[in-house]
Design a protein around this ligand. Structure first.
Ligand code: XUL
Ligand code: CO
Length: 439
């Protein structure tokens, strides 16, 4: 049975006014031996696309969803998997991501919950056999159920730690079964509200113990996907332990976990941390830790995680600049951790939003590729640091200078000649690339 009345979305080019066609994303376009779809590796997020009903703190659900006629929880779970595969195939999206609790209802015990999961995972595997769609990543939801009120791995309650461990054990087994490319840890409630009741050091040590146990189990069962940690500064807790890329990398370094983990960087989480998306991607990249991306966008006027579909070409271009400089994302991809607005409640909005996101990132990728090919920024940056390629600068970099020799070198100098940073010229140059691309 078809849930969506739409045909498969195809590339029609920038002149097309068909809302159900790609204008910039041609999945088969080849660049440097890879297709655009291989470069971008788009994924649908199960939770936003199949589960989000449009409710907010002020009102009930608004979404019109063809599968919601089914009311038995397990029938509904299976129908959503069918709808997911149909949607991905029709959208030309090759991957999807899911939390354990997105796909199957919880039972009275973990054993019962796992039984429900097994039934749905079998159904997912049946689809995987006949479809070109694959799993980008799996994760465990350790934040919705009230048992996680004080955290999961960082809960003060050791029984909750045990429950979370058993939940991740099962989720890793599922990740292996569905051949997920990655496994994500987002510490939804791994943080605190007040230090008056919190042993921060102990909680951080427990988080490290937990991640080491996960590494050990992934090795034991032979799961060879990439493990990822997804930083987020705040929400739901006031202070999340994995605040941003720098904080998360420092944590992974301290607890000797950097060999096993990379980061999943999300645009709206970057802005919650007071950074740009590009900053977070750059920080992860230069530390060899850029693994995957949750593609969405925040709202500059709102201070929380709104998970809008990404349509900002400027941001997408600078993000793709980092991805190309990273040599691609390897096992990672671009997961639309994004939801349609409450007012965009029709099934077609699910298509139009993903098409908009895919076109935005395809255009951003091609723009970034051109900027890199032309060395438009590289040359300006090389010029800016050129004083380190000769003379005293070269000595500083090679280690032949010290405070005494540097003092001797500079002590009688009257004026130092700084040069312009050219910020406005470079901003105008990026505009020119974007506007010329459109014309
Ligand atoms: C929450 C968020 C999560 C993770 C997976 O802000 O981004 O959906 O991506 O748990
Ligand atoms: Co996310």
């Amino acid at each position: 049975m078809d849930f969506f009345k739409f045909a498969r979305i195809r590339y029609e080019g920038p002149e097309s006014m068909n809302p159900f066609a790609f204008k910039y994303y041609d999945p088969d376009e080849r660049i440097e031996g890879k297709t655009l779809s291989e470069w971008l590796r788009f994924a649908v997020a199960f939770w936003h696309t199949l589960n989000y009903d449009g409710s907010d703190p002020f009102g009930v659900g608004t979404m019109v969803r063809p599968w919601s006629r089914t009311s038995h929880p397990m029938d509904l779970a299976l129908a959503k998997v069918d709808a997911l595969f149909e949607l991905c195939e029709k959208l030309n999206v090759e991957y999807f991501c899911f939390h354990d609790r997105d796909v199957a209802p919880e039972g009275a015990t973990l054993r019962e919950t796992n039984k429900n999961l097994d039934i749905v995972v079998r159904h997912i595997k049946d689809h995987l056999k006949t479809s070109s769609v694959k799993v980008l990543w799996v994760t465990a939801n350790m934040f919705s159920n009230p048992r996680y009120v004080h955290g999961a791995a960082t809960s003060p309650n050791s029984e909750v730690f045990a429950y979370a461990a058993a939940q991740v054990k099962k989720a890793l087994e599922i990740a292996k079964e569905v051949e997920a490319q990655n496994y994500v840890f987002w510490g939804g409630r791994e943080g605190y509200e007040t230090l008056l009741n919190t042993d921060m050091q102990f909680e951080l040590e427990n988080m490290a113990r937990f991640l080491h146990m996960a590494v050990d189990y992934a090795k034991e069962i032979g799961f060879n996907g990439q493990l990822l940690v997804e930083p987020k500064a705040k929400e739901p807790t006031k202070h999340q332990y994995d605040f941003d890329a720098a904080n998360t990398i420092a944590f992974l370094q301290k607890y000797e976990l950097t060999d096993y983990f990379k980061l999943n960087i999300e645009a709206n989480h970057a802005t919650l941390a007071g950074h740009t998306f590009q900053h977070e991607l750059r920080y992860a990249r230069i530390n060899g830790m850029l693994g995957s991306i949750d593609a969405n966008q925040g709202d500059p006027l709102l201070g929380w995680d709104v998970d809008r579909f990404p349509t900002n070409i400027y941001e997408a271009t600078l993000a793709m600049y980092e991805v190309i400089k990273n040599g691609g994302l390897s096992k990672g991809g671009l997961n639309f951790d994004a939801k349609v607005r409450r007012g965009s409640f029709m099934p077609e909005d699910l298509f139009i939003s993903h098409i908009a996101g895919m076109d935005t990132f395809a255009a951003g990728w091609k723009l970034a590729y051109k900027i890199i090919q032309d060395k438009a920024l590289d040359e300006a940056i090389a010029h800016r640091y050129s004083s380190y390629t000769e003379g005293i600068g070269k000595g500083i970099v090679s280690g032949s200078e010290n405070f005494k020799t540097l003092e001797e070198y500079i002590i009688d100098r009257k004026e130092l000649a700084n040069v312009s940073g050219e910020q406005e010229r470079l901003e105008a140059l990026i505009n020119q690339y974007i506007l010329n691309y459109a014309s």
